[in-house]
Design a protein around this ligand. Structure first.
Ligand code: PAF
Length: 279
């Protein structure tokens, strides 16, 4: 396996690949959620590239760009053991020759971004789409693998690929959870022991609300109140119900095509966590 930090060498290596190329874009601090994407990519492709890049242009002012966990050697050995051919870990200056406001960006439509995570993180999905588009171009990937935990991100990337005719297959991969239900996230590293217990209420709320729905309750107000009650120790940013295909937000009744999406912050370290469940 090679660790490559520049575009010239990446292109040279990619040009020697034979067969399909699987790309797993990441910001590093790899956990079992990422590993599930990587394992699937290795199974389905002749060559796999994992990018490890904490993308500054998707972070807003006051967000956790500086403290975002960075552990390249550890990430690289996970990739090597999994059968990855290239870890692409460029410096910021290699990816961006200019400030964000002087770069050509991909800006997804207002309707897709002005809700859920995009509402509290203006410009976030411009940064995500722009870096992902660069990675698609650089790696010439046949398939790219994304986790369903970042459901809005996945929706927006699929839309970008369709709208801009990228010649790539997007492969959505299921959320990976700890045995007690907490969705894996690189940001779980920030949690204190006490907050870890409080954070567990996010997945508990989602599972409980799904059970309530399965028992016949369809009213979104009632289902939301159930989530809020279980998540009362968290600072809830949003609990939304959406159609999982169109991502239109729903107000009245949930049905079998509904996804519940939540974002909440923990009380001590103010860590922002997201999760979702399909009904
Ligand atoms: O999901 C992430 O880790 C990031 O948003 C991504 C897709 C790697 C782009 O920086």
């Amino acid at each position: 396996m090679k660790i490559i930090d520049n575009i010239k060498d990446l292109k040279a290596e990619i040009s020697c690949f034979k067969g399909s190329i699987g790309l797993v874009p990441t910001m590093g601090a790899l956990h079992d959620g990422h590993k599930s994407l990587i394992d699937r990519a290795v199974k389905e492709n002749d060559n796999v590239v994992v990018s490890v890049f904490v993308n500054p242009i998707q972070f807003g002012a006051g967000e956790d760009l500086d403290k975002y966990p960075r552990q390249l050697q550890k990430d690289a050995s996970l990739c090597e053991n999994a059968g990855v051919k290239i870890v692409f870990a460029p410096k910021v200056s290699e990816m961006y020759s200019d400030r964000k406001d002087n770069l050509t960006l991909i800006c997804p439509p207002y309707d897709a971004v002005n809700k859920l995570c995009g509402k509290s993180r203006p410009g976030h999905f411009d940064g995500v789409c722009s870096v992902v588009a660069k990675l698609f171009n650089l790696t010439k990937a046949t398939r790219a693998y994304f986790g369903q935990k970042d459901a809005q991100q996945l929706f927006i990337i699929k839309k970008m690929v369709k709208d801009l005719d990228f010649d790539i297959e997007i492969v959505p991969c299921p959320i990976v959870r700890e045995s007690d239900g907490l969705a894996l996230s690189s940001r779980n590293k920030y949690l204190t022991e006490k907050e870890r217990k409080i954070a567990l209420n996010i997945s508990k709320a989602l599972f409980s609300t799904k059970n309530l729905f399965d028992s016949g309750v369809k009213d979104i107000r009632t289902l939301t109140d159930n989530c809020l009650e279980i998540m009362k120790e968290l600072d809830v940013e949003y609990i939304e119900f959406a159609d999982r295909n169109s991502f239109e937000l729903l107000q009245n009744e949930a049905d079998n095509n509904t996804i519940i999406l939540v974002a909440a912050r923990t009380p001590e370290t103010n860590t922002r966590l997201i999760d979702n469940i399909n009904l």
